[in-house]
Design a protein around this ligand. Structure first.
Ligand code: SAM
Length: 216
């Protein structure tokens, strides 16, 4: 196991019991944005959350799609344990998102999320390619993360990299992230926003609808 991945696991294993109460608005603002944009008319969609954490997003969409097949992937056993309490019937897999071989057998899903994960990863491009590969044609991706825009968020990015070395990698400004997404998801329909859950945080969020026939 890579030392960086081991550090991230330890970090979130420690945070799992307080994760949802420590940053409530940070998390709920993203789920609210997504909920208002969920694709309509899907029957029994396959939904995959990469970096599902405590399962808050999966749990929220399961209300909208009661017959959905839910899969969550995370590296922290303690975060997955919290997810399991909410989602006893979901497939919850403990994997390193940066281990390409770990995803060879996972089928493409109709809706794929990656919320607040990319700033932990060594390679954002590879993560976007994984999201693309694991989303079927016509499927929808919801992607969010730390937006390195404005002096406060630029300072915070530097501070987090210093204080949480190995856990917090680089964040990107919204314009650069949008460009990366357009490069990977060629021809996709993209909707995006900067969410401000409070005076400090800036979260960039994207809805990406891939080219292809919509699943019914
Ligand atoms: C900030 S939390 C976000 C959790 C959830 N997506 C949410 O929005 O509440 C980041 C999550 O990504 C997971 N994570 C970070 N790097 C990972 C990696 N390389 N492999 C698997 N999971 C990882 C952490 O364990 C943690 O649960």
């Amino acid at each position: 196991m890579s030392p960086k991945f081991e550090e991230i696991r330890r970090h979130y294993d420690r945070l799992a019991s307080v994760y949802e109460t420590r940053w409530p608005s940070y998390n709920t603002v993203q789920i609210d944005w997504m909920r208002r944009r969920l694709p309509q008319g899907l029957s029994a969609p396959a939904i995959l959350d990469l970096g599902c954490g405590t399962g808050a997003a999966l749990s929220d969409v399961s209300i909208h799609y009661p017959d959905a097949r839910l899969t969550g992937v995370d590296g922290s056993a303690a975060m997955l344990e919290k997810a399991r309490e909410k989602l006893p019937d979901a497939a919850l897999l403990e994997k390193n998102l940066e281990d390409d071989d770990a995803f060879a057998d996972l089928p493409a899903a109709d809706i794929v999320f990656s919320f607040s994960v990319y700033h932990h990863l060594q390679n954002t491009d590879r993560h976007l390619q994984l999201l693309n590969r694991l989303t079927r044609g016509g499927g929808t991706v919801f992607f969010s993360g730390f937006a390195k825009d404005g002096a406060v968020m630029r300072m915070a990015d530097g501070l987090f990299r210093f204080r949480h070395k190995g856990v917090h990698q680089a964040a990107l400004p919204h314009r650069d992230m949008r460009q990366k997404i357009e490069d990977v998801f060629r021809g996709a329909e993209i909707e995006t926003a900067i969410l401000r859950p409070d005076r400090f945080w800036r979260i960039q969020i994207f809805k990406i609808v891939k080219e292809g026939a919509a699943h019914a």
